[in-house]
Design a binder for this molecule. Sequence first.
Ligand code: TV7
Ligand code: CA
Ligand code: ZN
Length: 393
Amino acid sequence: EFNIVRPKGYTISYHANPEMEKHHFGQTHPMKPWRLTLTKSLVSAYGMPFAMDNYNTRAATYEELNSFHASDYLDYLGTAPAEDMPRDIDNPDKEVRFNLGGSDCPLFHGLYDYCSMSGGCSLDAARKICNEQSKIAIAWGGGLHHAKRSEASGFCYINDIVIAILQLLRCYPRVLYIDIDVHHGDGVEEAFFSTDRVMTVSFHKYQPEVFFPGTGGLEDNGPKSEHNPGAHHAINVPLNDGITDEQYESLFQNIIGKVNEHFKPSVIALQCGADSLAGDRLGRFNLQVQGHGACVAFCKKLDLPMIIFGGGGYTPRNVARAWAYETSIAIGCQDKIDPTIPQHAPWREHFVHDTLFPTLEQILGEPRANRNTQKRLQEIVQHVHEQLRFVSH
Ligand code: TV7
Ligand code: CA
Ligand code: ZN
């Protein structure tokens, strides 16, 4: 068991809504809300809830969602008939306009409830950070970074991250948003394009026309229009297939270390999409649970209040491993954790290998070829350092 000393001001909180996990995008859809149940069960099997404040979160209200999303979009999201229901012949244009009902963003039963629960979970986390009841607040049900003001995109309908950051901006001068999902955090970047109070940094696979969403090139640092305070406040780290723990950790520490020095954030919002792990159904990297977790550990060392969001992650057993390990890092008990998955963990057989840290060979057989040269990674670091010369607070 964990006899964790919890000094005041270092409370860790875990925000989840078990109803969210019961929703289904459809049989073959890669997004499985059930991975949140698997994560929670692993966190519980390790006894971690004893070291945290655990909240069953409520759904966000219409007004709360409306802090970012347009009313006509929310209204349609709330009334759109599920895919297998009779279509409203008056409204085909709306489904097209809002990008609802395609294969990426299907209209499933309980969609609005699912979206408002994800929003509620992240907003609750933000509120605990604002009133200093938590030092680190964990919201694995959030992290849906592609949603736009009036448009669903890439499995995301409601941008819970933007809503949570808007809440943080009421109490803190500057928010640093970091995104380690394998996809570009385009929705969050765009939402804060014209402010210097939010700096966004996304690490992602970048291959326009081939890999979703196709944005987030190295040179995309915010609109270059003349009097835009948000210029230089978007950082993109475009990567190729097969990046390793070693390369990613060194890149992450270098870039986030420098961003921290220049931007001097008052709070961190960290999106921990687990599709950047090796063996992910949609991912392309060779990251292991250790390397992914090292990003969380590095952010924790900056000693700022922090929200940790979920995001992508399409091989549920690996999502649960990473997010359980990262929960232990937030608590500070990662060195005491037994790498063997507890005997009493429900769904233990789902993990295939009974360790929290499977090797690349166990995950993939043959690791994916690494297409990231040291030369290119150095160019990226160089460009980011040049951008940061324009940022000083
Ligand atoms: C945050 N990749 C979200 C990541 C969103 C990625 C995409 C799929 C996909 C959808 C399916 C499906 C899939 C095996 C994979 C251009 C298209 C190509 C749909 C087949 N299998 C996050 C979104 C991305 C849906 N979309 O960052 C139902 O892959 O590349 C695209 C767009 C058009 C639509 N088709 C894919 O991780 C949460 N979709 C199987 C069934
Ligand atoms: Ca990313
Ligand atoms: Zn993703």
